[in-house]
Design a protein around this ligand. Sequence first.
Ligand code: AHG
Ligand code: MN
Ligand code: MN
Ligand code: MN
Length: 336
Amino acid sequence: HAADAYRTDLMTITRFVLNEQSKYPESRGDFSILLSHIVLGCKFVCSAVNKAGLAKLIGLAGETNVQGEEQKKLDVLSNEVFVKALVSSGRTCILVSEEDEEATFVEHSKRGKYCVVFDPLDGSSNIDCGVSIGTIFGIYLVKDGAEPTVGDVLKPGKNMVAAGYCMYGSSCTLVLSSGSGVNGFTLDPSLGEFILTHPDIRIPKKGKIYSVNEGNAKNWDEPTRKYVERCKFPQDGSSPKSLRYIGSMVADVHRTLLYGGIFMYPADKKSPNGKLRVLYEVFPMSFLMEQAGGQAFTGNIRALDLVPTKIHQRSPVFLGSYDDVEEIKALYAAQE
Ligand code: AHG
Ligand code: MN
Ligand code: MN
Ligand code: MN
């Protein structure tokens, strides 16, 4: 009966993507091969994160990265694992990582047509206390033939062909979109396979949760201050929203995607471009939100329309349920 069929008809992420790619007659499996190498990286980081407490992998690596952040061993390890996995896939030509100051140009013999931008370990300040962390990635298709340049990755997020994240929490969940909806897969450690567990994720049109670091409230601009005020003291008689803030973007976004609501990292007087990086945090999460029926806004324009000029450029971001983001857009429009 149904349960048995379900158990024997394992929809692995590999099978799922092959099915999806078969819709494109010209596809020669390159995307599926690229994805299988990203999945390999996620499986490795998942096992390293789970062992971190035991293997004393936590704690500082003693260096700081271009972001001026102390690098934790897992940051460094995850970055190396993803760079090696992506290069060995033979399907990439440029890699941009939060942990590398410059873009990596893959050697000719291993070059492919994809550019991958990624945050190998997101939420690293939460490693030592065991709170969920993750990996975020976005994929651009670069025009083949020409010598790749950094300009190939300074493209608006709407040009991405795919984006996703893997969350290392109570279970290891990979959420992915390649442009036709959002699907979630959970790692079955006994098989070492990601199995489809969240088909066709759709974010609720409106939510009851707002997610922001209230510790920055002193420095917020007027529209953000007004919006958060409304969340706490609604004027239309509705009940106040709940505040949920984990401090790992992957965990906060995953909850927003499944439960609805809004996630914000606004600009403030100290950091006029907010904190989150455009290429490998704002764009992939905005891509997923739009694909799930939500939206993402920078305080100025649609997030995916932003054209970055530097690979580690930051931008404010307001993303989540369609109606909730509409409200903050109206407040920014009113201030003009
Ligand atoms: P990363 O660990 O990759 O540098 O990213 C951390 C980011 C993001 O995960 C999270 O949303 C944000 O930092 C939290 O910032 P605050 O601690 O300033 O709220
Ligand atoms: Mn960091
Ligand atoms: Mn991050
Ligand atoms: Mn990171």
